[in-house]
Design a protein around this ligand. Structure first.
Ligand code: CP3
Length: 336
């Protein structure tokens, strides 16, 4: 995984899936029957256990700490209900709401459970597997903070509060990721799933500069640690601007053309099998996978040195465990 993130992998692609620990898994459902979602995230032994189970059961090359991006909003003082779909009963409405948020140090103290989970995870994970830390990006956090829940906005309206929100949240995100790296995360992921929902203007003039600042700050606070950015609905131009801002690797959603991207990419690229295929029985899945992977197979090995095999989005609760296992195996048996 780390070789791929440095564009130096000459073997089969490393594999991990977003939400690889989750409801499709019998062992997760069993633990979840005993603990609310929030406890699974906030008790480091449980969070680390869930992350490790996914690797043990399915053979993934990386584990990701079991947590959620929205705890950053809670850390800043916004009430958050997770049951498990998130709800923020007091959404952001005015500049005063931002001004009365908790200061950086207090917010970081609140988020200590994430570092503790990373430390436990790294200690118990095999040395040839990668431990990922993560956080949410400013657009997705803003969408929840201002909309109250994920059905609140189908697009993020142009909003006077977005830039001040970024100023408030960016130092928290940077320090949080740096602390996760210091606690043992080998690589980091920023999930800004909703970035593509920002109006073009906002994306160019507010979001890209915010992301550039985040990446620049991380280069100082977590030097040498690779960072991946996942966003849906971003275009080639966005990625060019982000690359100029220091971003080295991108996660593609399932609508994007992976072979074409691999042929052009300078850094590393994650993606992008359709997550719904994991709900097919193994035999059916195998057929779909083979036609999907054919154009990637025929690319020169040079183009695949920075490829992380993954999904376009998270594993769904309806995914079948034998199919997930087969998917990991098929990726790991690809020849370079
Ligand atoms: O990928 C991983 O396995 C790491 C853990 C992780 C979770 N959420 C666990 C989770 C990560 C990285 C996230 C990120 C996250 N959370 C995002 C960005 C990525 C994306 O998926 O778009 C967003 C927008 C959230 C907010 C959130 N948390 C939503 C919308 C939900 C409800 C999901 C649903 O299907 O009902 C959650 C809850 C959540 N976070 C679950 C998991 C495994 C479901 C928990 C359960 O049902 O027991």
């Amino acid at each position: 995984m780390l070789q791929a993130m440095h564009r130096g992998n000459s073997q089969s692609p490393p594999v991990w899936f977003p939400r690889q620990a989750g409801r499709y898994q019998a062992s997760y459902r069993a633990l979840r029957a005993q603990h609310p979602f929030e406890a699974l995230c906030k008790k480091p032994e449980l969070a680390a256990r869930l992350a490790l189970n996914a690797v043990d059961e399915f053979g993934f090359d990386a584990a990701i700490i079991f947590s959620d991006i929205l705890f950053v909003l809670e850390a800043l003082g916004m009430p958050l209900e997770m049951d498990p779909s998130p709800r923020l009963p007091k959404p952001l409405r005015k500049i005063e709401d931002l001004e009365s948020m908790r200061p950086l140090e207090k917010a970081l103290e609140y988020l200590h459970f994430q570092e503790a989970a990373v430390a436990l995870l790294r200690r118990n994970l095999a040395s040839d597997r990668t431990a990922f830390g993560f956080c949410g990006g400013p657009a997705t956090l803003f969408r929840y903070a201002s909309g109250g829940n994920h059905t609140g906005y189908s697009e993020i309206p142009s909003h006077d509060l977005f830039a001040p929100f970024c100023r408030k949240v960016l130092p928290v995100l940077t320090s949080l990721l740096a602390r996760q790296a210091a606690a043992g995360a080998d690589a980091l992921i920023v999930f800004d799933t909703s970035a593509g929902l920002l109006p073009e203007e906002e994306r160019a003039h507010k979001w890209i500069p915010a992301m550039t600042e985040l990446r620049g700050a991380l280069a100082h606070q977590a030097p040498g640690v690779p960072v991946l950015l996942y966003g849906r609905g971003l275009n080639a131009h966005d990625r060019q601007s982000l690359s100029r801002g220091g971003w080295g690797g991108f996660g593609l959603d399932e609508t994007e053309n992976l072979p074409e991207t691999l042929a052009k990419a300078q850094g590393f690229t994650q993606g992008n099998l359709p997550p719904l295929w994991l709900t097919l029985p193994p035999d059916k899945f195998r057929g779909q996978f083979e036609s999907w992977v054919a154009p990637i197979r025929s690319l020169p090995a040079e183009y695949k040195k920075g490829w992380i095999a993954s999904l376009g989005h998270g594993v769904t609760p309806q995914a079948l465990e034998p199919t997930v296992r087969l998917a990991v195996e098929l990726f790991q048996n690809l020849t370079p």
